[in-house]
Design a protein around this ligand. Structure first.
Ligand code: HEM
Ligand code: HEM
Ligand code: SF4
Ligand code: SF4
Length: 379
């Protein structure tokens, strides 16, 4: 039945959940489910998994822009139809994986993938993202779709991946380097737990739209949204001279998180010159060798220099190069920085240490300071 707007609940289908993934497994995966013996990375972007009975599945991983058109998805399907019996998968970092059940099918698939270019010259399906390299950047909506960003997502990610492209197609890092981006400190995604994180940041307190605030905001929610209690209820004069229930922001207590704007549309704070990027490093989610770690702020501000964000790409390249040249095999960026000491991290990378990097948020800030005389002199 077609949808009838006068009877919205008629023939309504609901609570059916996602399709069962088993419907979409390639035959070789279905047959050997739970019976895999070992796997190898044959070359950057190409894995082989060998099952107990000897069956093999070869996986070719390619980069994806994450934000993609249906025509691009149709092209992905066309490739899967041609080489993989119509099957494919997307990874947790939004790469695309094409699987074949025989080694002889790998080279034709690779050749086909690498032959496909965008009209502007970029690879549509660059092969890589495996092992100790730099795989896809987990990222967010940015100026394409969200209303709270302090920077863009797709644009910054494209600029950084262009700059680090050779590390996507090779495996010459000491360990995986996960880069992620979030366009505000809601941190949708993985910025708080990545080797390198790019984070959108405001530097100005919210403005208050006196004319509408009492109509569009539940004022106690805006007050309770503030982590530093910078907001209090206040009466303000509207442009027409009448008084309205509103809020007052103590600018000295505000640290520009934007949480009040998420709650209250009359408290916008985005600003072209004030907004920019913070760089964090040293997080990880795996339990390999060391426990999972949060990433830490190491660069307090880089400008939103559209469309290529050169300050941001330069900064990330420098961190990656110094880490790659100095860390031990298997050592994640955070493990390396903690082993050499953060003062040495700043010395080696040449990043400037500023007062912004010293934690000042509530009691736990104290535990991030140094209660020891152990330190290294730096030059
Ligand atoms: C609570 C459960 C899980 C959480 C929180 C989780 C989280 C994550 C995260 C954050 C990453 C990115 C890792 C990084 O950046 O270093 C990741 C990667 C990955 N996870 Fe999980 N995961 C979970 C369970 C699983 C399970 C059950 C599977 C497989 C059956 C799986 C397969 C993978 C794979 C294959 C990757 C790497 C993808 C790539 O390199 O493109 N995960 N996971
Ligand atoms: C006994 C079975 C398996 C074991 C012991 C195993 C073990 C591992 C290990 C240790 C890694 C990390 C490799 C690295 O550091 O580069 C890895 C990565 C991975 N495995 Fe497996 N694996 C098994 C089966 C599978 C199966 C059945 C699949 C999917 C069909 C799979 C998909 C992957 C993927 C996608 C990665 C990420 C590779 C990368 O990011 O470079 N694995 N596996
Ligand atoms: S990180 Fe912030 S700005 Fe970006 S999509 Fe999430 S909520 Fe929106
Ligand atoms: S931006 Fe954040 S810190 Fe500033 S007033 Fe709003 S909620 Fe409070």
């Amino acid at each position: 039945m077609p949808y009838d707007p006068s009877k919205p609940l008629q023939d309504r289908i609901t609570d059916i959940g996602p399709k069962n993934y088993e419907e979409f497994l390639p035959p070789v995966i279905k047959k050997n489910f739970g019976k895999w013996d070992y796997h190898e990375i044959l070359e950057p972007g190409v894995l082989v998994h060998v099952a107990e009975g000897g069956d093999k599945v070869f996986t070719v991983r390619v980069g994806g822009a994450r934000l993609m058109s249906i025509s691009h998805i149709r092209e992905i399907m066309e490739i899967a139809d041609k080489h993989c019996g119509g099957f494919l998968r997307f990874t947790t970092r939004n790469n695309i994986e094409f699987m074949v059940d025989d080694q002889s099918k790998v080279e034709p698939l690779k050749k086909d993938l690498l032959s496909r270019k965008q009209p502007g010259g970029g690879f549509k399906f660059p092969i890589g993202g495996t092992g100790a390299g730099i795989t896809n950047i987990v990222h967010t909506q940015g100026w394409l779709h969200c209303h709270t960003p302090a920077t863009d997502a797709s644009g910054v990610v494209k600029a950084v991946m262009d700059d680090l492209f050779d590390e996507f197609t090779s495996m010459r890092m000491p360990a995986h380097v996960r880069i992620s981006l979030a366009c505000c400190l809601n941190m949708c995604g993985a910025v708080h737990c990545s080797d390198i994180a790019i984070l959108g940041y405001h530097r100005k307190p919210p403005m208050i739209d006196a004319e509408v605030i009492d109509k569009v905001c539940e004022i106690p929610l805006a007050i309770a949204a503030c982590p530093t209690a910078a907001i209090k209820p206040a009466k303000i004069k509207k442009p027409d001279g009448t008084e309205a229930q509103a809020v007052a922001v103590n600018n000295d207590r505000c640290m520009f998180c934007g949480n009040c704007y998420t709650m209250c549309p009359a408290m916008p704070l985005a600003d072209a010159e004030g907004d920019g990027i913070v760089i964090m490093v040293g997080g990880k989610v795996s339990n390999r060798i060391s426990a999972p770690k949060f990433s830490k702020v190491v660069v307090a501000f880089l400008p939103n220099n559209v469309p290529r964000w050169p300050e941001t790409t330069d900064c990330i390249r420098k961190i990656v190069e110094v880490y790659a040249g100095d860390a031990r095999k298997y050592e994640r960026l955070g493990e390396w920085a903690e082993r050499i000491g953060w003062e040495k991290f700043f010395e080696k990378t040449g990043l400037e240490f500023t007062h912004h990097l010293i934690d000042d948020f509530r009691d736990p800030a104290y535990y991030t300071w140094r209660q020891t005389s152990q330190f290294k002199f730096t030059g």
